[in-house]
Design a protein around this ligand. Structure first.
Ligand code: AMP
Ligand code: MG
Length: 497
C-alpha cells in the first residue's frame, strides 16, 4: 500500500509561489515524456483567475506580476514544476487511434488546494511535444478564450469541469487557414486522466501499467474504493455514475459538448475539452454545432448514448485486471454498464423537474419533460429563455414567456397542463436555482474572439464577469441575456486546433 501512503501523507509546503506536489511525474517513464514549454518572448498576460488562484493556495497578486506572467506563458518554470506531456490513446468519432497524447499541452505539476484536493496545472498551447505528430503544438487565441469563458461559466452553472487559471496572448501568430494570434491557457483539472489513458495501456497489453494507472485513479478520485473486494468493477461503476450525472447536467443547460471522444472523457467526471462545444439557442433534440460532426454522433440528444459507448470502452480496459474467468467478468461488467440508464434518468428527471418547478418526480415526469421539449422544438423557442422566463410567470409576470412564442396557442395549452401538474404551486426556489438567465452564447463568444483578434479584450472580460452569477437577472447585462437575432445566430463551431 505504499502508493496509498504517498497520496495521503503529503504535507503542504509553504512559502513558495506554487507549492507543487507531483505524483504523475513519479509514474513509470512510459506514462509520459519530459518536455519543456515553448518560449513566447512577447507574451502578454490577459487575465488571471484570482479566486481560483486563491483556492489553489497561489497568491493572485504574484500570479499577476511579471514573474506570474512568465510562468503562465511557459517562459519560466516555477520551482517544483516537472513539465511532462502525458501519453494517451482514444477513439475519435468511433475510430481507434492508438497514440494521441498531449500534443500541445504541458502538465507543470500538481498542487493540493485549500480543501486538500489534488489538482493538475497544465499549459495548453505550450508548443511541440513528442506526441505532436504533424501539429505545431500551439493554439490560436480564439479557442483559448472560448475555453476560458465556457469552463468558468460551467463552474458558475454548477457543472463539474476543468478550469481556467489564466490566459496569455503569445504575441506571435500561428498558421492556420489564415494566420491567427496565438494564446496559452493555464488549465486546472482534478486530473487529466482520460478513458483514452486506460486505452493506451490496454492496447499495448501493459497490464502492469493499467494496474498502476487504476490504483492512481482510485487513490486520487475514488479513495472510498480503497480496500474493496472488486475494485475494478467498483471503479467502473463510480466513473459511470459521475459521467451519467455530468451528461444529464449538460443537457439541462442545453450544452452540446461536440467532441465526446474517449480521449476527451476524464475519469474524474469533469467536463474536459471545450473545442467545438456550444449552448443551444432555440431548442432542437438533434442539434449539432461542430463542423466535423457530420453524422451527428455527438448531437444534444445522443450524448447519453455516447457516454455509455465510451464507458463500454473503459470497461474493456479494466477486464485484464480482473482474475476471474472471462465469461464471468464480462457478465459483471455488463451488469454495471446496464445501470447507466437508471443513473442517468434519475439525474435527468430530477434536474428537469427542478427546472419546471415540480416538487416530485412521478411516473409521468419523463413524458412531461419530453412533451415540454417537443413544444420548444416545434415552436422554435429559445431553451434558456423559456425556463428562465417560466420563473417570471411564477413571479406574476407572463409577458416575458409569451414574447418567446409567436403562436400563443400551443403555449396556452402547455401552460394549463403545467399549472395542473404543479397544482398551481411550482417550486420557484428550485426553478431560480437552476434556470440561468445568462449562458455563454455562441454569437457572444464569436464577437469577443473577433474583438480580441484586434487587440480589444474588453468584450472578453465583460463576458467572463457577466457569467459569474448566471442565475441572477442583471440589468447591466441584458444584452447577454437576449437570444441572437436570426442574422446573429452561429450554428457552426470549429475545433480549437
Ligand atoms: P483535441 O482536439 O484537443 O481533443 O486533440 C486531439 C489530439 O490532437 C491530441 O493528441 C492533441 O494533443 C492533438 N493536437 C491538437 N492540436 C494540436 C496542435 N496544434 N499541435 C499538436 N497536437 C495537437
Ligand atoms: Mg482533447
Amino acid at each position: 500500500m505504499a502508493w496509498l501512503l504517498h497520496f495521503h501523507n503529503q504535507g503542504r509546503k509553504l512559502g513558495m509561489a506554487i507549492c507543487f506536489d507531483n505524483t504523475y511525474a513519479q509514474m513509470p517513464d512510459r506514462f509520459f515524456e519530459r518536455v519543456a514549454p515553448a518560449h513566447y518572448p512577447k507574451a502578454q498576460l490577459l487575465r488571471v483567475n484570482a479566486s481560483l488562484a486563491d483556492e489553489l493556495g497561489i497568491d493572485p497578486d504574484w500570479l499577476e506580476s511579471k514573474q506570474g506572467e512568465a510562468i503562465l506563458a511557459g517562459n519560466e518554470l516555477a520551482d517544483g514544476a516537472e513539465p511532462i506531456a502525458q501519453a494517451y490513446a482514444g477513439h475519435q468519432f468511433g475510430g481507434w487511434v492508438p497514440q494521441l497524447g498531449d500534443g500541445r499541452a504541458v502538465l507543470l505539476g500538481e498542487v493540493i488546494d485549500r480543501e486538500g484536493r489534488r489538482r493538475d496545472i497544465q499549459l495548453k498551447g505550450a508548443g511541440r511535444t513528442p506526441w505532436s505528430r504533424g501539429g505545431d503544438g500551439k493554439s490560436p487565441l480564439g479557442p483559448v478564450l472560448r475555453e476560458y469563458i465556457v469552463s468558468e461559466a460551467m463552474v458558475a452553472l454548477g457543472v463539474p469541469t476543468t478550469r481556467a487559471l489564466g490566459v496569455v496572448a503569445t504575441g506571435e501568430e500561428v498558421q492556420r487557414e489564415e494566420p491567427k494570434p496565438g494564446g496559452v491557457l493555464t488549465r486546472v483539472a482534478a486530473s487529466h486522466i482520460r478513458v483514452g489513458t486506460f486505452q493506451y495501456f490496454h492496447a499495448r497489453n501493459d497490464r502492469e501499467g493499467l494496474r498502476l494507472l487504476g490504483e492512481h485513479v482510485i487513490a486520487r478520485h475514488y479513495p472510498e474504493l480503497i480496500g474493496q473486494q472488486q475494485p475494478w468493477m467498483a471503479l467502473l461503476e463510480s466513473v459511470l455514475k459521475r459521467q451519467a450525472a455530468l451528461v444529464a447536467k449538460w443537457m439541462q443547460l442545453g450544452f452540446v459538448h461536440g467532441v465526446m471522444n474517449t480521449d476527451n472523457m476524464a475519469v474524474s467526471g469533469e467536463t474536459i475539452d471545450f473545442g467545438p462545444c456550444a449552448f443551444l439557442d432555440t431548442f432542437s433534440f438533434g442539434k449539432v454545432f461542430s463542423s466535423i460532426d457530420r453524422g451527428g454522433r455527438y448531437a444534444w440528444d445522443q450524448q447519453p448514448l455516447m457516454a455509455h459507448w465510451n464507458l463500454v470502452r473503459f470497461a474493456e480496459t479494466l477486464l485484464p485486471l480482473i482474475d476471474s474467468a472471462e465469461e464471468e467478468k464480462v457478465e459483471a461488467a455488463e451488469a454495471v454498464l446496464a445501470s447507466f440508464e437508471e443513473y442517468f434518468q434519475k439525474v435527468y428527471y430530477r434536474g428537469f423537474a427542478d427546472k419546471l418547478g415540480l416538487r416530485v418526480v412521478g411516473p409521468d415526469t419523463g413524458s412531461w419533460i419530453r412533451s415540454t421539449l417537443e413544444l420548444l422544438e416545434s415552436c422554435h423557442v429559445d431553451f434558456t429563455r423559456f425556463f428562465a422566463s417560466l420563473g417570471d410567470v411564477v413571479r406574476g409576470q407572463e409577458s416575458n414567456l409569451r414574447s418567446e412564442f409567436q403562436d400563443q396557442g400551443p403555449l396556452n395549452a402547455w401552460l394549463s397542463k403545467w399549472r395542473a401538474i404543479t397544482e398551481n404551486q411550482p417550486d420557484i426556489e428550485r426553478m431560480s436555482a437552476c434556470n440561468p438567465w445568462r449562458i455563454p452564447r455562441n454569437h457572444r463568444i464569436e464577437d469577443l474572439i473577433e474583438a480580441a483578434e484586434s487587440d480589444d479584450f474588453i468584450p472578453f472580460h465583460r463576458l467572463v464577469d457577466a457569467l459569474a452569477h448566471p442565475f441572477e437577472k442583471d440589468p447591466r447585462y441584458t444584452d447577454m441575456e437576449a437570444a441572437p437575432r436570426p442574422e446573429e445566430c452561429v450554428d457552426e463551431t470549429f475545433c480549437g486546433t
